[in-house]
Design a protein around this ligand. Structure first.
Ligand code: FEO
Ligand code: CA
Ligand code: CA
Ligand code: CA
Length: 666
C-alpha cells in the first residue's frame, strides 16, 4: 500500500472538473458517464431505431398506461391543481416561461450591488471589482420581506462555484487528446495567476441585496443599507459544539473559532427569524495537497473526498493545502447563518447541524415551537438529515433566536421497507458513537458526521439534494437526483431502481404533523424519467404530457397554497431531449404525480433557487452555468444569454417571474 494516499486528482479540463465535483468521495472510479449509461439503457432513440414508430411504441409503453390515461381524461378525474399552459420541452439558446407570464432578468453576474460599484468590465476583471458586483453561478434564492411587505425585501442569493473557462477571457482553449486510441477534443484551462484565483474567491459566497417592485417590475435598490457581498474571504465564526475544538485550530487561528469564507454554497434556507442559511456543499474540491494515510484526519477527509483538487487555490493559499494545514478543511462543510439585518455581522458556522456536503437547509417551525431543519448530503449513497433545536422559536423577540441553532439534536434517516422512517440521533455516547469507536466527544461526532451516520446504519440514498418541508401538510419532500452507480443488488425500498439515471422524489409524512417526530412514514411520490420508455420505470401520472416529465430533481419550493415546484439539474439534449427547468408537481388527490413544465433554461444551464415571495405572485428563479455545454469557452460559449451581445460573456442570472396583469403563479 502506498504510504501516501488520496492525492489530488489531476484536473485539467472543464469536463474533468465537473465530473469530479459531482462525484468525489466514495467513488473515484472512471465508470461511464451518466450520459453513456442513459444512452445505453434508456434512450428513446435507441429503442425506436430500426422499427416503425407504432411498433416501437407498443413495445415501450405499457398498454395499461395508455388505457388508464384515456380513462382519466375521459372522466376528468385527473385534474391538476395547476392552471397554466405548459411550456414545450426542448433545447435552445434562451429561456421560456408559460404563456401569460413575464420572466424578467433581475441580476446577472457582474451587475452592480452598491451605489459605488464599478461597471462590469469582463475583459479586465479584478477581485476588487468582483467584490462589489453580483457573483457567479447563482444557486439558492431566498426572499426576506422588509416590514412584512411582499413587494419589498432582501433577496439572498448563493454563488455556488465558478466556471473559469467561460468567465475569463483568453484562458481556456480547445485541445485534441488521444484516449483509448480515439482522438477527442477537450477544453483545457490556462495557467492560473493569484489574481484569477482571487477573482474566483470574490465571485463565490453570497449576495444580500434590497429589491423592490416599482410599477410592477422588480429592481435592485443600489443604495440599500443592508446590501452585502459575502465571499470566500469574509470573516466568520465557528459556533456550537465544535467551536474552539483542537481539530478546528489552525496555524493562523489558535482559537479554533475564526474562519475566513464560505464556499460551494449550493442551496440554503431562510429561518423564521429572518436569517439566511448558506449550505456548504462540495467544499472538498477546493483543497489540494496530500495527506498521509496515518494522519488522524485522513479517514474522515477521504470519506468526504478531500483533498479534491478541483481548484487551484492551494497554490496561492496554504490554508487550502491539506499538507500544510490539515485541519482547515474541518472548518468547511457546515451550515452558515447570516444575520442580514446587520451588514457588519459576522456569519456563524452552526456546527450543531453537522458537517457533510449540505445541499441546503430548509426549515419549519414545529407545533411545539421548536425549529426543524432538513438537509441532504449530496453524494451517491449518502444520507438524509434533520436537526431539531432545543429551544422554541420566539416570534416576539428576534434577538432571542440568535443562537438557537447552536443547541439541538441532529438525526439521520433510516428508511425501512415497511414504509416507516426512523430518525436516529447523532449523539455522543449513544449507541456506537463512543470513544472506543473514535468519537471522543460531540465535536468528533459532528466533524465526522458521515462516519457517525455510517456507524448508525443510515440508509444510503440516491444523492439527496433539496429537502423541503411543506408547512401546510406535515409532509416533507426529498429530491434524490440520481445514482447510476447503484447496482441491482443494492436497491432497497426507498431507492428502488438500479442505475438510477433520472432520480426520484421521496415523500416523508411526519407523524401527527410533528416535524420533530423520530418515527415517521415515507412513500415514493415520483420515479423520474421518460414514462413512455417502459424500461425507465418512471411513475408520472398518465395525465402527464411529453413535456411534463423530467429527470434529475434537484431543488424545490412550496408555494403559498402548499403546492410543490421542482427544479432540475442534468437534463440536456443528448440524454432527455430537454433542458432543465421548473415543473409543477401535484402531490394530493387524483392528480398526484402529474407534472407540468412551467419554465425552462437556456442550453447548458441548470435550474436553481426557486423561491416565492410570501404572496406567491413572484417566483424567483436562478439560471446557473448557462452556456456550459459542449466545448464551451469564454470566446465560444454555447449561448450568449441573457445579453446576446458579442462583447458580453454568457452570464448566470436571477429572474423574476410574474403573471401578466398580476395574480398568483400557477
Ligand atoms: Fe450543488 Fe447538490 O448540487
Ligand atoms: Ca444544484
Ligand atoms: Ca428549496
Ligand atoms: Ca445537482
Amino acid at each position: 500500500m502506498d504510504h501516501v494516499a488520496a492525492p489530488a486528482p489531476e484536473i485539467e479540463t472543464l469536463t474533468d472538473r465537473r465530473e469530479a465535483l459531482e462525484d468525489i468521495g466514495r467513488n473515484c472510479s472512471s465508470n461511464p458517464t451518466m450520459g453513456d449509461i442513459i444512452n445505453r439503457r434508456f434512450s428513446r432513440r435507441s429503442f425506436m431505431a430500426g422499427s416503425l414508430a407504432v411498433a416501437a411504441i407498443s413495445t415501450t409503453v405499457s398498454p395499461l398506461a395508455i388505457l388508464t390515461a384515456e380513462d382519466a381524461r375521459a372522466n376528468g378525474s385527473n385534474l391538476s391543481s395547476f392552471n397554466f399552459t405548459e411550456v414545450e420541452a426542448g433545447v435552445d439558446e434562451t429561456h421560456h416561461v408559460a404563456e401569460g407570464y413575464d420572466a424578467d432578468i433581475l441580476l446577472r453576474w457582474g451587475d452592480k450591488l452598491f451605489a459605488d460599484s464599478p461597471d462590469f468590465d469582463p475583459m479586465n476583471q479584478t477581485a476588487a471589482a468582483q467584490e462589489k458586483l453580483f457573483g457567479y453561478n447563482n444557486d439558492y434564492i431566498g426572499f426576506i420581506p422588509l416590514d412584512g411587505n411582499p413587494d419589498h425585501g432582501l433577496l439572498v442569493v448563493n454563488h455556488e462555484y465558478t466556471n473559469a473557462e467561460i468567465m475569463f477571457p483568453k484562458f481556456a482553449s480547445v485541445v485534441k487528446e488521444t484516449k483509448d486510441g480515439k482522438e477527442e477534443e477537450k477544453v483545457k484551462l490556462g495557467e492560473y495567476t493569484k489574481e484569477l484565483v482571487d477573482i474566483e474567491m470574490a465571485a463565490h459566497g453570497g449576495t444580500i441585496v434590497e429589491i423592490r417592485k416599482v410599477d410592477g417590475k422588480w429592481q435592485p435598490v443600489l443604495d440599500g443599507k443592508y446590501n452585502r457581498r459575502i465571499t470566500a474571504k469574509t470573516e466568520m465564526q465557528l459556533s456550537g459544539p465544535v467551536a474552539g475544538h483542537e481539530r478546528v485550530k489552525t496555524p493562523s487561528d489558535p482559537t479554533g473559532k475564526q474562519v475566513f469564507g464560505t464556499i460551494n454554497n449550493c442551496a440554503g434556507g431562510v429561518t423564521a427569524w429572518g436569517t439566511y442559511l448558506m449550505a456548504e456543499e462540495n467544499f472538498n474540491g477546493y483543497f489540494g495537497g496530500e495527506i498521509a494515510e496515518d494522519h488522524p484526519e485522513f479517514k474522515q477527509l477521504k470519506r468526504l473526498g478531500a483533498p479534491g483538487g478541483n481548484y487551484e487555490w492551494s497554490k496561492f493559499y496554504d490554508r487550502f493545502d491539506v499538507s500544510k494545514e490539515p485541519t482547515e478543511a474541518n472548518r468547511f462543510g457546515w451550515i452558515v447563518e447570516v444575520d442580514v439585518m446587520d451588514p457588519n455581522s459576522v456569519p456563524k458556522k452552526r456546527t450543531a447541524i453537522g458537517r457533510f456536503k449540505h445541499e441546503g437547509c430548509e426549515s419549519v417551525v414545529n407545533k411545539d415551537g421548536r425549529v426543524v431543519l432538513y438537509s441532504g448530503d449530496d453524494e451517491r449513497f449518502d444520507y438524509v438529515y434533520k436537526f431539531v433545536t432545543k429551544a422554541a422559536f420566539n416570534p416576539n423577540d428576534r434577538a432571542a433566536n440568535r443562537d438557537i441553532l447552536d443547541e439541538g439534536t441532529l438525526y439521520v434517516a433510516k428508511f425501512e421497507a415497511d414504509g416507516t422512517v426512523e430518525w436516529m440521533p447523532l449523539v455522543h455516547g449513544e449507541g456506537p458513537l463512543t470513544e472506543a469507536n473514535g468519537f471522543a466527544s460531540q465535536a468528533d461526532v459532528l466533524i465526522n458526521t458521515r462516519l457517525a451516520s455510517d456507524a448508525l446504519g443510515a440508509t444510503k440514498m440516491d444523492r439527496p439534494e433539496d429537502i423541503q418541508p411543506n408547512p401546510k401538510t406535515g409532509k416533507v419532500y426529498v429530491m434524490l437526483t440520481n445514482n447510476t452507480k447503484r447496482k441491482a443488488d443494492q436497491v432497497d425500498a426507498a431507492n428502488p431502481r438500479a442505475e438510477n439515471a433520472f432520480g426520484h422524489i421521496v415523500e416523508i409524512t411526519e407523524t401527527d404533523g410533528d416535524y420533530a417526530s423520530t418515527k415517521s412514514t415515507w412513500d415514493i411520490l415520483l420515479k423520474c424519467g421518460d414514462p413512455s420508455v417502459a424500461e425507465v420505470g418512471a411513475s408520472f401520472s398518465t395525465a402527464t404530457t411529453k413535456n411534463g416529465w423530467f429527470g434529475m430533481p434537484d431543488n424545490c419550493a412550496i408555494d403559498a397554497d402548499g403546492r410543490l415546484w421542482v427544479a432540475t439539474d442534468g437534463n440536456n439534449e443528448k440524454d432527455t431531449g430537454r433542458t432543465d427547468g421548473i415543473w409543477a408537481v401535484d402531490t394530493e388527490g387524483e392528480a398526484r404525480g402529474t407534472s407540468k413544465l412551467f419554465f425552462r433554461v437556456p442550453v447548458g444551464a441548470e435550474m436553481c433557487g426557486p423561491s416565492f415571495n410570501p404572496t406567491s405572485d413572484t417566483f424567483f428563479v436562478a439560471v446557473q452555468h448557462p452556456g456550459d455545454a459542449g466545448l464551451a469557452t469564454f470566446e465560444a460559449p454555447a449561448t450568449r444569454w441573457p445579453d446576446f451581445k458579442d462583447d458580453m460573456p454568457v452570464r448566470p442570472a436571477v429572474l423574476t417571474i410574474t403573471k401578466q396583469g398580476g395574480g398568483k403563479i400557477g
